[in-house]
Design a protein around this ligand. Structure first.
Ligand code: FAD
Length: 390
């Protein structure tokens, strides 16, 4: 299979080649060992930080690379395509967007250069709660203003990388839902200093999960957060995180494209080489077609990812496109994973082939950061004008 069935010459070839070189130092065995130990890929994340990739979206004036979202998408796609897992650190790229777009000049000057250099890790995004689930405006974690600080009480769940982060971007209610006119009002965003919070009532508990994702539940028991750590205006936090969520969806969609390319390359190579009944299994259309279909799905999804990224970069409303890109790319990566596993027969289950690990990992993206049904209902209501269902 030639390389250019996957590559377009004008789509950041230098960045892609450099990321692929970096990832070559972290082969399958590195990821397998981490998976067995449920351990964090500290060396891999350090190498990405050192090379400046995690600061791709931070403007040069704050010490970052000042790259476009499309370039950041190429970085994450290439990580996944190399068989690695960018989930360990992808949030470091996009969470800071809320700070960049809505933080005060003093906050940006204080935090962004340190985030860009890697001396401060902003990896944790505390939105989901056990009782509210996808219904984000029903979160109950509450930040009560007292003089020069807020007192936070509540619980988050599935807060990934909380234990590997110096700062958390926290969404909390500052006005109860039954006291606001619009349910999206009364939510606020805070930058929580994790070390300080751990001293004042925050507890982090790891969640053992199907994949190695460093995910946790976080409890807030009268945690003190200085008022100066509020981002933007109190009560307007929901719209601040929405713009960040579009970036998140586009970047995760790019990761799914990278996963799909990894699975398709692996399946194609094996289908050509494995001989059963005296001929390569890839000669059978029963083996060819699922791989070819996944390839077509991936290429179509890739166009939507590019379109969503371009709209984001142009400052246009890209909510529908970001959601469609995430849904289509997650479905394409899953189709490719399924074809790859089936092509490998029993060997697909052997740890040393890395397929079973990547299979588990790519499944996540139909559930998080937003599940498929929620995307479909967004399109139905906001694009097609169908009645609101919830
Ligand atoms: C490994 C992992 C890492 C994560 N990392 C983070 C993180 O770092 N930060 C964070 O804040 N969150 C994180 N999440 C949470 C993730 O965003 C949520 O799991 C996801 O948004 C779905 O929410 P839920 O699990 O509460 O499902 P629920 O909201 O309980 O939904 C369950 C199912 O019901 C469906 N459903 C719900 N309502 C409707 C409806 N009205 N119509 C049709 N179908 C519906 C959903 O689509 C879903 O399939 C992570 C999750 C996982 C598994």
């Amino acid at each position: 299979m030639s390389q250019d069935v996957f590559d377009e010459t004008d789509n950041f070839p230098e960045i892609r080649a450099a990321v692929a070189r970096l990832c070559a130092d972290f082969p399958g065995e590195y990821w397998r060992q981490l998976d067995r130990d449920a351990a964090y890929p500290t060396d891999f994340v350090a190498a990405l930080t050192q090379a400046g990739y995690l600061a791709a979206l931070i403007p040069e004036t704050y010490g970052g690379a000042g790259l476009s979202l499309s370039a950041a998408a190429a970085i994450l796609e290439e990580i996944q395509r190399a068989g690695a897992n960018g989930a360990a650190c992808h949030a470091q790229m996009y969470i800071m967007g809320s700070l960049l777009r809505h933080g005060s000049e003093a906050q940006k000057a204080q935090y962004l250069p340190q985030i860009a250099s890697g001396s401060l890790r902003l990896q944790a995004f505390g939105v989901t709660e056990p009782t509210s689930g996808s219904d984000t405006t029903s979160i109950t974690t509450f930040a009560e203003k007292r003089d020069d600080h807020y007192v936070v009480n509540g619980q988050k769940v599935w807060t990934s990388r909380a234990a590997q982060s110096d700062l958390m971007l926290l969404l909390a209610r500052t006005t109860a839902k039954d006291k606001v006119v619009k349910r999206t009002d009364g939510l606020s965003v805070f930058l929580v200093d994790m070390k300080e919070a751990l001293k004042s009532g925050m507890t982090i508990r790891p969640i053992r999960a199907m994949i190695n994702h460093s995910t946790t539940e976080v409890f807030f028991d009268n945690v003190i957060v200085p008022a100066e750590n509020l981002i933007g205006e109190e009560g307007k936090g929901f719209r601040y995180i929405l713009s960040g969520m579009n970036a998140e969806r586009i970047l995760i969609a790019a990761e799914c494209i990278g996963d799909a390319k990894w699975f398709i390359a692996k399946a194609t190579a094996y289908a050509n080489e494995r001989r059963v009944f005296g001929r390569p299994i890839g000669q059978n259309q029963g083996i060819q077609f699922p791989i070819a279909r996944a390839y077509a799905q991936m290429r179509a999804a890739e166009l939507m990812v590019q379109r969503a990224a371009q709209m984001f970069e142009a400052g246009r409303d890209c909510g529908a496109e970001a959601n469609m890109a995430k849904m289509l790319a997650a479905e394409a990566s899953w189709a490719a994973a399924e074809a790859c596993l089936q092509t490998h027969g029993g060997f697909g289950f052997a740890e040393e082939y890395d397929i079973e690990r990547k299979f588990r990992e790519t499944r996540l993206y139909q559930v998080a950061p937003v599940s498929t049904n929620l995307i479909l209902s967004h399109l139905a209501e906001h694009v097609l004008g169908l009645p609101r269902s919830y």
